[in-house]
Design a protein around this ligand. Sequence first.
Ligand SMILES: [Zn+2]
Length: 238
Amino acid sequence: MDNVKVNALMLRAVDYLENDKILTLLTAERGKLTAGIKGVKKAGAKLKFAAQPFCFAEYILAERGGRYTVIQASECESFYELRTDINKFYAACAVCEAAIALTYEGDESGEIFSDCVRTLSTMCASDEGLTLIGFLLSVLRKAGYGISLNACPACGASLTAADKMRFNMDTGSFCCWDCGTGVGVSGVTYGVLRAADGHADGAITDDGKKRALKLLKEYLAYKTDAKLNSLQEFIKLI
Ligand SMILES: [Zn+2]
């Protein structure tokens, strides 16, 4: 039996047997993996924190026949602010949900791991909605499903001033209303996506943030078949 030390973010915990859980961890060193953790449902369990949502810790895993068990953990960051505010909590859960959907066991996911940790840290102190939109654009790109926020691919016109346009789920790009096929999208949605992606011309409104998150949810579900319950809950809250 070998012990493995990983820096990891706890993405999901599922109950197992009477007192155990099975964790999905996103690690910096070994990508996404699942690991059992024993006894954490008992009152006063020493490692209870290590099975909490978005716990960022150094985990020591025992490896046997390709299966991991958490035997020790020391917390690096608890993201306390994300546990005391319901909106921030759901936004943070949506980060974990997207990370689960966009990573695969056995693949190197170091960049997505760093992105998740950075995003959770940013969310503690700033607007969680806009931070979540920026995160989703970034991880979709890293996973190979990047959304193009450039000019219309058919005619080359700038879309920044358009009231209404289309978004093509297959290509992940926007175009003029008359230039292609796809779902209808308002200019405010596009503006928020541009702003969250770091462009100076994008305008941010509350309605736009909600619309942008709805579009990102549909797109992510279309590409990965993932159920995005936390993201859905967050959209309802804002
Ligand atoms: Zn066009």
